[in-house]
Design a protein around this ligand. Structure first.
Ligand SMILES: Cc1cc2nc3c(=O)[nH]c(=O)nc-3n(C[C@H](O)[C@H](O)[C@H](O)COP(=O)(O)OP(=O)(O)OC[C@H]3O[C@@H](n4cnc5c(N)ncnc54)[C@H](O)[C@@H]3O)c2cc1C
Length: 475
């Protein structure tokens, strides 16, 4: 006969993994099928978008949602959050004005206050009044003269270190230090993997590709879907499609065809022996897709730095954003991008793109020209639901009975999606499950810090990255 699972999840990225953790924590019999050898091994994440301040062109509503969802995820996975701020600046060459950034920050302070009023434990970004701080040239001149700070405690400490290396005469004033934190993917991957491996109610199958979905909903069986893999068939009552940019392939086998975009992007790993002290994340705003696109420098432990440069020559790619053009619901990339996704990168392109990224940052941090290539790129493809490439918050849809389709665009949406799926499973499976309080997942909390430390280093090394990148910058 074979076992019947309450829920079958296809894809163990952050979305599928968090959904599996929430279901298993509520005692729902779940199977998670992931084609790779480990979880959370798809497109990367390094920044907790707690306010959307990297995206001046999105709506206030998206910024508020990003803040709320980021707070939720950092409550669920505090061990993966790097509590260092982000410095937001606008180069003089840009049309964007600092006023526009300040208006949004004021709005976000009010929103954050409200979130804390709703629940005191939402105050993970510190006090609302300290959500951001503004700096003008005079203050920067005097902070620059102070000695470097080895263990920055206040935003001024972080600014002392940052302003020593930035050529701030190229920037519009004021500039802003904001409580948007770092987010360590290796640590989250380790915690999710360990928690699911030990979960009583979740069977985890890595190295397992779902090749076909059979819809048996009209056959009046005690299950609704048959998930075929090379060697087995799994029977499930409820199907969750968390297959990331491959969502369309699963939809296709269900004869669904919604509009979506897929996008391929990459960030680069460099090492810079900076002697001026720990840096915050630094953003130099710029118009995406132009030669002056946004530059993002993300600090990791051990003087490693991740770089995004929003130009076609660095993070973005020609043919990297694909709209659905055919009628089969499965947009696809050109051969060059598919080769990167399926077989990896040529070393000479790793070097040339990383070196370009280093020079891109050196326009504003001249000493950064001495940085060197220090690892493979962090890259991947993601989906964007609908047709608006500027959308930054996607969630989940339930286009058919017993079927959920995760459509996240930022990793921070994973818990919102999981919570909605738990509720929908409860309604559809006529289950008596009682969804547990979503921030307190005993499976996640049962994993010891020392095991996260050890396993996240192993994951980083196995994926070709320096093991130091698995450490938090701020202990
Ligand atoms: C360069 C870059 C930087 C980014 N930076 C950030 C950031 O700083 N902050 C942030 O919040 N977000 C960031 N994102 C977005 C974030 O990475 C994605 O939103 C998130 O990882 C998507 O998670 P997911 O679980 O939906 O999809 P994925 O992580 O793609 O997971 C889908 C999984 O499904 C598996 N799968 C697919 N088909 C099958 C099948 N048939 N059978 C079995 N398994 C299958 C895949 O192997 C994969 O593991 C970034 C994205 C990129 C590309």
């Amino acid at each position: 006969m074979g076992k019947v699972y309450d829920v079958g999840i296809i894809g163990g990225g952050i979305s599928g993994s968090v959904t599996a953790l929430q279901l298993a924590n509520s005692g729902v019999d779940t199977i998670l099928l992931e084609q790779k050898d480990s979880l959370v091994n798809g497109p990367p994440f390094c920044h907790l978008h707690a306010g959307g301040n990297l995206y001046p062109d999105i709506s206030d509503d998206q910024c508020k949602l990003l803040m709320k969802q980021s707070i939720e995820m950092s409550r669920l996975f505090p061990q993966s959050i790097d509590k260092r701020p982000t410095l937001i600046t606008v180069p003089k060459t840009e049309k964007l004005e600092p006023d526009q950034i300040e208006r949004r920050l004021k709005m976000l302070v009010q929103h954050y206050k409200k979130l804390i009023e709703e629940e005191k434990d939402n105050s993970v970004l510190g006090e609302a009044k300290d959500y951001y701080k503004i700096y003008y040239r005079d203050e920067l001149d005097s902070l620059k003269e102070k000695p470097k700070v080895d263990n920055p405690q206040s935003v001024d400490d972080w600014m002392v270190n940052a302003i020593k290396v930035i050529d701030y005469h190229k920037l519009k004033m004021p500039i802003f230090m904001v409580q948007e934190y770092g987010w360590n993917m290796f640590r989250l991957a380790a915690q999710a993997q360990l928690a699911l491996e030990s979960a009583e109610y979740c069977e985890l199958k890595t190295n397992t590709t779902v090749t076909l979905i059979e819809d048996v909903r009209n056959k009046y069986l005690d299950y609704n879907w048959k998930l075929h893999t090379k060697n087995s068939v799994y029977k499930v009552k409820y199907l969750v499609n968390s297959s990331g940019y491959k969502t369309g392939s699963i939809d296709k086998s269900l004869k669904l065809n919604p509009k979506r975009l897929i996008e391929f992007k990459a960030a680069y790993v460099s090492k810079w022996d900076n002697s001026h002290g720990m840096l915050p994340e630094i953003i130099f705003h710029g118009e995406r897709g132009t030669p002056n696109g946004m530059a993002q420098l993300t600090p990791y432990y051990g003087n490693y730095f991740q770089i995004h440069g929003m130009t076609d020559e660095i993070t973005l790619f020609k043919g990297g954003l694909v709209r659905r053009t055919t009628n089969d619901g499965v947009p696809d990339f050109n051969d060059d991008i598919l080769k990167k996704l399926n077989d990896g990168w040529e070393q000479n392109e790793v070097n040339s793109r990383t070196e370009r990224a280093i020079n891109f940052i050196a326009r504003f941090i001249p000493l950064f020209k001495d940085a060197s290539v220090a690892g493979p790129p962090l890259f991947g493809a993601q989906q964007i639901v609908g047709t608006d490439s500027r959308l930054r918050v996607g969630e989940v849809s339930f286009p058919e009975k017993f079927y959920a389709r995760s459509e996240i665009i930022k990793a921070s949406s994973a818990l919102t999606v999981a919570r909605k799926i738990v509720n929908n499973v409860q309604r559809n499976n006529n289950s008596t499950l009682v969804a547990k309080e979503s921030y307190k997942n005993s499976l996640i909390n049962s994993i010891k810090k020392v095991d996260i430390e050890r396993n996240s280093k192993t994951i980083a090394l196995r994926r070709g990255f320096p093991e130091e990148m698995a450490n938090l910058l701020v202990k």
